[in-house]
Ligand binder design. Sequence first.
Ligand code: AOF
Ligand code: ZN
Length: 378
Amino acid sequence: MATTTTTRAVTESAALDRAIELAARGPLAGGNPRVGCVLLGAHGDVLAEGYHRGAGTAHAEADALARVDPARRPELVGGTAVVTLEPCHHTGRTPPCSRALHAAGIARVVHATADPDPRAAGGAAWLRTQGVEVLTARAAGADPAAAARAEELTRSWSTAVRRGRPWLVAKTATTLDGRVAADDGTSRWITSGAAREHAHTVRADVDAILVGTGTVLADDPALTARPPARASEQPVGRAGEQPRPVARAAAVSAEPLRQPLRVVVGERPVPAGAKVRRGPGEWLHLPTRDLATALEELHRRGVRHALLEGGPTLLTAALRAGLVDELHAYVAPVLLGTGTGAVGDLGVRTIADAQRWRTVMTERLGDDLFLAARQAHP
Ligand code: AOF
Ligand code: ZN
């Protein structure tokens, strides 16, 4: 078991740091947020810790409550719950955390972010009506850097829930001169094995992978997640030190790899023999040219994180429509000079109109470079 129960008295700031570490162990994919919880007794002792392991399993608060030593349960009375997300107030797949914390005698709740899900929201307000002191981490005086890390943990999920469409990551694998294929259409392979392995790890972290019909016809991709090795231990606590792009959370799980939904977007039919039609997992054809509509449909199906894998037509449309939240660029030290560019006409005619993004992560992968960037504003 990853969590431990100690009796050391800690500050709420330390408890928040720990809750963030725990939350980061949960899966990014699967539809639910990553949440961690530390329960402090009335004298500041850590009575238990918990985290959410994904949709259908116990919420972080319930997980922590279940781990309190029965002999020490009375110490919860007058105690504090430090949580990375506002406690839910609904009966979904599990009972409301608001009521469970109140029933246990918790007198103070410090939460890093609000719950944007209208089904679940209201925990903070209801707890206040019961006389529980409820504060955001910032209001409780948490270290702003820790509060920012906690907010980063749920950013992609919260954004998806608020907007009613998945957080969209768009991937490109290009030459140094921004090409994705040579003049004759050949493209295998531009990036190295290390870059392609990395991309498979990212696939395992999303709920759906999207491609246009053009890419299915040209490349016949399988679109399955085949990460190289399943790391059993990952350094926790680093997540959110800088904005953490969608990547690598799923690798910590020892369970069989959950496959993302494979989605083909576009009006042309998907050929009967296309690899995307074959398992494992499900696939779906959304016969529309309108990516925004396709994304809303995917959100209705529970998709909160999606990865757009090509091709240039769909990517250009997504960028023009402002639908891409995060760019994942794999750049190889390869030159083609001519060939297909990663992105088509964005309507930019002068440098002042360029789309400018913010780099949130870089990594060297063999001879290649990985760069994650986000839109400058959100
Ligand atoms: C919490 N603690 O650890 C999590 C929360 O389908 P359910 O029942 O799992 O509910 C999912 C919703 O509950 C999710 O959309 C989000 O609003 C909240 N998740 N809340 O208090 C947790 N994972
Ligand atoms: Zn809950």
